[in-house]
Unconditional design. Sequence first.
Lengths: 421, 1171
Amino acid sequence: MDFSFIHAADIHLDSPLRGLERYEGAPVDYIRAATRRAFQNLVDLALKEKVCFVLIAGDLYDGDWRDYNTGLFFTSQAARLKEADINLYFIRGNHDAASQITRMLRLPDNVKDFSTAAPETVTLDDLGVALHGQGFHTPAVTEDLSRNYPGPIKDYFNIGLLHTCASGREGHEPYAPCDLSHLKNIGYDYWALGHVHRREVISENPAIIFPGNIQGRHIREQGAKGCTLVQVQQGRINSVEHHPLDVLRWVLCQVDAEEAETYEEVLERAGQSIDSALSQSEGRLLALRVIISGACQVHGSLLNDPFRLNNDLRAVAVDRGIDSAWVEKVKVNTSPRVNMDELLSSNPVASLLQYLHQAAGDEQILKELISELERDKKNLPPELFKDGEIDPGDPGYLQKLLPEVEELILSRLMRKEGLGQ
Amino acid sequence: MRIIQLNLKAFGPFSNFVLNFENKGFNLVYGLNEAGKTTILRAIRDFFFGFPHTSPDAYLHPSSKLRIEAVLEDSNGNQYQLTRRKGTKNTLLNQEGGAVDESFLQQFLGSLNREFYSLMFGMDHQSLRAGGENLLKGQGSLGEALFEAASGIGSLREVFQELEKEAGELYKPSGSKPPINASIERYREINRKSGELSLAPRKWQELEHKYLEEKKQVEQLQEEEKYLSMKKARLERLKNTLPLLAQRQQHLEEINALSDIPLLPTSFKDRRIELENKRLAAKNLVKQAEDDLEELKKAMEQITVQKEFLEHGGDISSLQERLDTYRNYIQEIPTLQGEKKELQEEALALLRHLQPSLTTLEEAESLRLPLPRAEEIKKLISEYPLLQNNYRTAQKQVKELEVSLQRQEQEKEKAGPQKDASALLKAVNRARKKGEPEKELRKIRSVADTRESKLKSKLDSLGLWSGTFKELLSLSLPLVETVRSFEQEFKEADERIKKINERLEEEEQKLTANQEQLTSGELGADVPTEEKLEEARKHRQFGWHLVRRAWLEGQRDKEEEQAFRAGHPLEVAYEMSVTAADEIADRLRYEASRVERKTIILSEIKNCREKITTLTREKETAEKKQQELNSRWVQAWEKTGITPLKPSEMLPWLEKCQEIIEGIYSVKEERALEKELARAIQEHRDEIGRQLEALGEPGPGQEESLETLLDRAQDIGEQYQAVANNLQSIEKICQEIKDNLASCQRQVNEKKHSLDNWMQQWSAALAEAGLPDKTTVEAAAAYLDRLEALFQKKAEISRKEAALEKMQAYSRDFVSRLQGLVDKLAPDLAEMPADYAASQLQARAAEARQAKDRLDNLEQQLKKVENTDKKAKKAYQEADSGLKELVKQARCAQEEELPVTEEKSERLSELKKNLEGLEKQLLSLGGGLTLEEIIAEAKGVNGDALPGELEEIEQALEENRQARDSLNQVFGVTRREYEEKIEGASIEALEAAEEAQGSLARLQLQVEQYLRLRLASTILRRGIEHYREANQSPVINLAGGFFSRLTNGNFAGLKTDFDEKDNPVIIGLRTSGEEVRVEGMSDGTLDQLYLSLRLSGLERYMEQNEGLPFILDDLLVNFDDIRAEEALKVLGQFAEKTQILFFTHHQSFVNLAEKAIPGSGKIQHLSQTGQ
């Protein structure tokens, strides 16, 4: 029997996009409810491709989100699938287990979730497909769930649904770890995994796949996001294709400021980089993190007033295309054209720099600096430090900040030249 | 590294402007304001570090042309010449213009960049003053002071304040307005809003439950209504179908009766009539065609055609075309023959003229000259007149020039003798440039005399010392500052002794007063004292001890008892002792106040005595110091042999002395000038004398002044010069004539040569043409003309002959063609003239063509008629067989039966159609039932009962509708709410959450900047402390030395200490050991302190790095002369370590520098060299 199905995971419906400061000219309307629109795209794709069923390998919702409207949205989309006779099968992930919505939602009859108590098998006899799965009953499952999954049903196309960190993935909670060789050997044809937000084909035969999430929600979830469309012919996988579904894409926009002579020149080059990013966006809105690097003499003026630089680059992005790019953040990684490290120790400024560099490597000094900043940290909302983008209590963060601080000090000290100016 | 030479080849206002810093150490550059000092300072920096992107110095020279060249010398004495140009790469060039890598300069510059170099190795009076002020603002903060001085950065405080201000503007822990506080507030507010807008799951469940319940009820009512409606529809249907079913039955019966008649198509009748018409028409057509054929065949037999004329039609018409040309030629031939004969006769006549021996035109060819030869002779003929004329003109010019040369030689003889007086005139000029030296000499002499006599009288009245001027100058007098400091010390010593004396006196008075009180009656000796009581108690105790021993132990010590008893028995003596002690104790109690006063006075007396002893000792020490001071004072003057008065008296004396000494120096300078002037006058006199004698004129007379001598010498010199000038101008004219003459002579020769050349060519040309050698130009020209005419005639004859030949050939050809055709086609024309025969042939050919055309036409008509006949026969056949087919279709025996059968078939068709219509109507009323079902349904139905049943059902339906309406109202509200929620799937809460993320992102950006600023301020402070810890003692030690010298010994050095807040600070140490904080220093002293720190910072830098030119721009304008001189001395020494370029626009510094730094080298004057 020939058929196709879609495998997606980590929908995180109504999880708000993070890090997008609103500014004059920012395409606010275009980022609204981005995860919902990406999910609509998923349903559109299922209808267009006339797939036989859709699999979601966990994390339909964000764990701490309480608005039931999200659940209603999900059921309305499931209803669209139902009209086309497409069933949706999902397992609960760590976030779903924590979610109130999951517990209260009444599922439409074309939607089936798997037991959280033990592995469950659903057979689709007309297609010759067997689905095996078990959801999370608690947010933190640490045992290997796959161990209890039953063996394959003979002459059926066997699919395993599993929410897992696999052998552990950076930036993801180490839930339901599993032994990959076990997955390979159990005899299933396809493992539909979820939990890791970056797409990854772990094995081709049998296919073991993380499709990634369908919409990136912050700068650490860059690039195209979407689902996996699988075509099965005569009980064998014929093709596995990734289909982008995201409505907004997170992109690093590298700007080479090497030997730039003026601040305006850097803006000009940034404009070109933004152009090139836009040309590859396939018409999607981009959230850009602009990273300026290279040795140049405008190093100081780039670092001296970050607010101004931010505003100027945003204006550049607005110029390049209204409602096509959002400048998320600007990182200045440039270096001064003259290498200050080479200055000899007998020069007082060099000595200052030496101290700075020494500070970066000296635990004691870092600890002292941290304690100076501790009081401020206490007064600020803790969510600010959740992402780890900034953390005044983290020596590593301070180390990253020190080169910028160095330039802040130097550019101010050097503002006035000596004689004859 | 030092700059030896700096050449501003193209920079600012300068072009090729060279500054030489020949002195390796201290170089002074003097130039007024606006002389381009700052431009030069910039040039040095641009040379080292390259031109900035936009240069302020590219106005005279375009940016791309800016050039600075310099000669550098490294510490090993190697010299390099380098040029800096403006550009983006390869801007450093060597002498040959090749690119030099920047690293070459970097090895000297270390890794200093433009900014560091400017700050560290550049200084002016403003930055010096600012440095001093910063020291005060920082209250001597050691870290800041060292850092600022060593780096040259003067804005440290500002930077601190700025960082803290910016951080404070971003965030205040207790504020609400700063951006970060506002962002936090906003974030929290939206977050709260998002929570409020969320739809709680339980609330949803309740709504859903209610919705489903009500929906179920609505659905039940709908089901019921459906059932009733169905029933109603059936009854209504029956009401309609019953009559239709009856009609249907009737139709079926009639159809049955016509069952043996075939059903013919509706067009059957039309078809039959059409075929009958066609058959009749075809029959008529056949007859007409047969008649026409017969007629045509008859007409064709009557026509004949002459075929041979048709065959030769082409030849006949071509002959006709040539006929006109033939007629013309026959007329022209005789005319042409006559013209040819005439030309032959003219040619023969010309030939006879040219060469009588030749008689035929064929022989004339031997006379033909080749074309180039003839052209050459023509060219030579035209050149001859010009050549001859040129030659004659040149000869005439030579003669004229020879005559004017002779005239000038005579003029030269007439001029007088000649001598060179230029040396004399130069000497006169040199002397005149000095002005009026004799007058000046008199003036200076008188001034010096007056000054000297005044000084003498001053010296005589000086007192304490006498001697000559020279002795005074060699006298080593102590410095005014030294005397001042002695004065201060004397004053301090005197005051100290005075104070001690005052206090001593005070104490002694106090002592006397106390003693007097003690001895006065009231406090006399019998005031009981604590001491006395103590004594009495001891005595009593001792007695008790004796009593106890005797009483309890039975032992007695006679000697001790004796001492105690004092003649009384022991018990009496003991009682007495008890009484005595009690008595004293009682008295102490009764007379307590007296006792107290006495005790106080006694202790005061003791105190006074102690103080007196101490003060006396102090006084001795002070006096001893004063004596020492005195002897140091005397010693200070020892070398002068003067016994000094008090310092305060010696100060005015010393100033007077200083005045005299300065006077003496002035006199000395004036005397030297006087001597110099006298020597100069004599030199000029001698020089002019020598020059006059050399010219043979009388030398200077004894009484002749320099002025008169100069006038006389000038007159003589000018006379000699006039003669020399006249001769020079004649000589110049002669030379010009001679030059002209030579050039004219050359012309004559050239022209002559051209003429000779022509002659040679002429002879050769004549020979080749076969003409006699002496033939003139004119004769040769005539011969050539005739020869040309002869050959023209000859050519004309040839052309006529060719034309004749062509015409004759054409005529012959025409006649022979004509003859051929006549023989073949019309022998009857053989004897006729050619043109008549030709036109007859043409006419007969045209006749033959017409007959042929007529015949062709008839043949075509015949073919058409035959075709028509064939078609008509075929049509008849077709129509006939069609009719036979129709008879068969209608199942008839004969053609005549057809009309009746057609009518019956039409009726059958109509019946079937009606039946179909009835059944359709039944089906449409049947509401989806089949015909059989409708028939079945109607079977056995009583039509009369139907209306009653219908009424019952309508009633039931109305009841149902009312119930549904009221339920729908309730359900409508529930459903709307439910659907709005489920379909709208509100995003309000989500939007608020998204906005919260947006403001969190803003907060992140702000906080990060805040942290950077906080960190910057902390790190800067710590970094500076770090620098202080590492450099404090060496720099302070070095700086102490500089400070002591720069303050002229007012301070002995520097040290570090801690202030009230335990911060390390700088302290100045006076010679006297007194410690002075920066707050106690004057502005001048602060500047000196800052300069000391700067110099020591640089020295410390140069311990590890190559020294670079230290550029000072009017550094010392705020220093008085004495301090400036001292500072210059210090800088002079410092310049031994690294080159100093000292720029100033004050003449006084030029003088001071010459004095302070002997051999400070050449002074560059910008006004002289530049601009």
